[in-house]
Ligand binder design. Structure first.
Ligand SMILES: O=C[C@H](O)COP(=O)(O)O
Length: 232
């Protein structure tokens, strides 16, 4: 199941990235608990599952659970006179192996996305650039991240899977990215929660999914994760 490393970071044939957003209030132990559920399901299924907690929980999760941890955002600043930024070297030192960039809930300019991809690469972090449609997917691919994750914003948190509601944005992104930079892998997200959603996402040409609410807000995140991988 596992394929070789890219820039020091393992790139799997199928990847599930669980974004915890700010759903878990109060205690980092909740992030650890969900990360452990991801780890258990990854071990049982053989599918790589990564988790993207809040910045302040990266160290706690990475040091307590043997799972790939992604940052939810990263700024392109280097060491210096910058305040309130997510510095790539500190994110890496905290234990992250990669980062989301330009999530729909944390948009950047194209120039900032480019600079963030470069900063992440320089620090040895895998990069997932989020996009909202086919043209932005093509633009993101030109910046050579490891992954582009296409997510129609209107479906995020809706419970309506992109693989059913807007399959063309996934197939269109796959096709456009292949033309621009075939080395870039495609994830899709928004409304994904069930095994049939992941299976459909793979059939559309993506190599995995970026998801959040369907797992994090489930009564049993572990049971929801087990269902997610059940059709593979
Ligand atoms: O980062 C995750 C995406 O925004 C999808 O969120 P969702 O699974 O809650 O729709």
């Amino acid at each position: 199941m596992h394929t070789p490393f890219s820039g020091g970071v393992k790139i799997s044939s199928i990847l599930i990235v669980l974004n915890l957003k700010t759903y878990l209030e109060g205690t980092g132990e909740n992030s650890v608990r969900i990360a452990q559920a991801c780890k258990d399901v990854a071990d049982d299924s053989g599918i790589d599952i990564a988790v993207a907690p809040q910045f302040c929980d990266i160290y706690r999760v990475a040091s307590q659970v043997d799972i790939p941890v992604y940052s939810q955002h990263l700024d392109s600043v280097g060491a210096g006179s910058f305040t309130g930024h997510a510095f790539s070297r500190c994110i890496k030192d905290a234990g992250a192996v990669g980062t989301l960039i330009n999530h729909s809930e944390r948009r950047l300019t194209l120039a900032e996305i480019d600079a963030s991809v470069q900063a992440a690469k320089k620090s040895g972090l895998a990069t997932i650039v989020c996009t909202n449609n086919v043209p932005t997917s093509a633009a993101a691919a030109a910046l050579s991240p490891d992954y582009v994750a296409v997510e129609p914003p209107e479906l995020i948190g809706s419970g309506i899977p992109v693989s059913k509601a807007d399959p063309a944005v996934v197939t269109g992104s796959v096709e456009a990215i292949l033309k621009v930079n075939p080395a870039v892998k495609v994830l899709c997200g928004a409304g994904i929660s069930k095994g049939e959603d992941l299976a459909a996402a793979l059939e559309l040409g993506s190599v995995g999914v970026l998801l959040a609410s369907g797992i994090v807000k489930a009564a049993s995140p572990k049971a929801a994760l087990e269902d997610l991988v059940s059709k593979i």
